[in-house]
Design a protein around this ligand. Structure first.
Ligand SMILES: *[C@@H]1O[C@H](CO)[C@@H](O)[C@H](O)[C@H]1NC(C)=O
Ligand SMILES: *[C@@H]1O[C@H](CO)[C@@H](O)[C@H](O)[C@H]1NC(C)=O
Ligand SMILES: *[C@@H]1O[C@H](CO)[C@@H](O)[C@H](O)[C@H]1NC(C)=O
Ligand SMILES: *[C@@H]1O[C@H](CO)[C@@H](O)[C@H](O)[C@H]1NC(C)=O
Ligand SMILES: *[C@@H]1O[C@H](CO)[C@@H](O)[C@H](O)[C@H]1NC(C)=O
Ligand SMILES: *[C@@H]1O[C@H](CO)[C@@H](O)[C@H](O)[C@H]1NC(C)=O
Length: 314
């Protein structure tokens, strides 16, 4: 499928290629989530593939969109789904439904950004910013009210730390001032619930907006932690949800001991998600962690009810 990819990886800026938030966390499996969510493909030949139109293909608007969540593992999910012969994926985050300056360009602009695909293929785009956008649900519904949506989520506290860390390293790279996690999250002894990263982890608040426009059976939630530990298991659920024949196999994954996570083998090529370089470990104060866990607890319970599904978050 890679041949059909637009060479848009070229457009990835260093700030979009995520930093190394892994080091925050002690557990290797969580570390894997963090590593794999960050990255672009490491095989550079792919990045330079040119956009040629194979006969019988055209640009189609996506029949499925991965709408979030930021730092949830959206890149890993997209790259893994790309293994399936009936799936083509857009290489970059398009930000059509969440950025007004793109939305005004119209649906044809959007369609033309999609990779070439055959009639029997599903086009998938991922822009994690959609999940928390006020306008995205309605706008996506306007485009196709029966669209299928994928959301990949992880423990909301882990997500906050990962979000913070990405911003932290972006700021370092841009020579801007940085603050300790605890100093942002705690203000005057209390949890700073206005902090954007915390707001983004209120999954119930955001989900409510999506459920105003879409039936629950149009939305599939991928467990980000499971995807990293047992990719095949989660991907088979997605194949089922998309009514695709099961074509993704265990042989499409191999565990790279050095990297500490799964890489992909398909179309005779091997590719791993972007690997970040070593960084110092921000270790979060236990008391602050507990405050976050307890803040999210009720929101999580509310979310489980909304989606009729439970997760083993703190
Ligand atoms: C790390 O993850 C494994 C399974 O993924 C779990 O059994 C173990 O308890 C975790 N360790 C810690 C310290 O969280
Ligand atoms: C809308 O989405 C559904 C579900 O993916 C798909 O079957 C249908 O073809 C889509 N319609 C258009 C116009 O893309
Ligand atoms: C495994 O990961 C290491 C370290 O990132 C990398 O150098 C190597 O090429 C990878 N091997 C495979 C087979 O993917
Ligand atoms: C990158 O892709 C090329 C051809 O598509 C392949 O020959 C090569 O082995 C791949 N390299 C890695 C590190 O996966
Ligand atoms: C963690 O933060 C609490 C207050 O929020 C403080 O009392 C405690 O000393 C901190 N612990 C460490 C190890 O820094
Ligand atoms: C909730 O999920 C259970 C099993 O996962 C299912 O049997 C039940 O029909 C679902 N309820 C709703 C309202 O979707």
């Amino acid at each position: 499928m890679a041949i059909l990819l637009v060479s848009a990886l070229l457009l990835l800026t260093p700030s979009q290629v995520a930093p190394d938030e892994d080091l925050l966390l002690k557990n290797v499996s969580i570390l894997e989530v963090l590593k794999s969510e960050v990255g672009a493909l490491s095989n550079t030949s792919e990045q330079y593939s040119t956009q040629v139109q194979p006969p019988g293909t055209s640009h189609h608007i996506p029949q499925t969109i991965i709408v979030g969540v930021r730092k949830g593992g959206t890149r890993a999910l997209l790259e893994m789904l790309d293994i399936h012969p009936n799936i083509v994926v857009a290489a970059t985050e398009v930000h059509f439904f969440d950025w007004d300056e793109n939305y005004v360009k119209g649906i044809e602009w959007y369609r033309n950004l999609m990779p070439f695909s055959y009639e029997n293929q599903i086009t998938i785009e991922k822009t994690p910013g959609y999940f928390t956008s006020l306008h995205a649900p309605e706008r996506i519904h306007d485009m196709n009210s029966s669209i299928k949506l994928l959301i990949i989520l992880r423990d909301p506290t882990e997500r906050v730390i990962s979000d913070y860390t990405q911003v932290y390293y972006n700021r370092l790279e841009n020579r801007k001032s940085v603050q300790r996690f605890e100093d942002i999250v705690i203000k005057n002894g209390a949890l700073n619930t206005k902090y954007k990263a915390i707001q983004r982890s209120l999954y119930d608040v955001h989900m409510e907006r999506w459920l105003k426009y879409f039936d629950l059976n149009q939305i599939h939630i991928v467990d980000g932690n499971t995807l990293i530990k047992q990719p095949l298991k989660e991907l088979q659920k997605v194949e089922k949800f998309l009514n695709l024949p099961p074509k993704i196999l265990s042989s499409n994954f191999y565990f790279n001991q050095t990297k500490g996570f799964y890489c992909i083998r398909s179309d005779g090529r091997e590719r791993c998600l972007h690997e970040s370089k070593g960084r110092p470990h921000p270790v979060v104060n236990r008391t602050v962690l507990e405050q976050l866990y307890s803040y999210f607890r009720e929101h999580n319970r509310n979310f489980y009810k909304m989606v009729n599904q439970s997760f083993d978050w703190h």
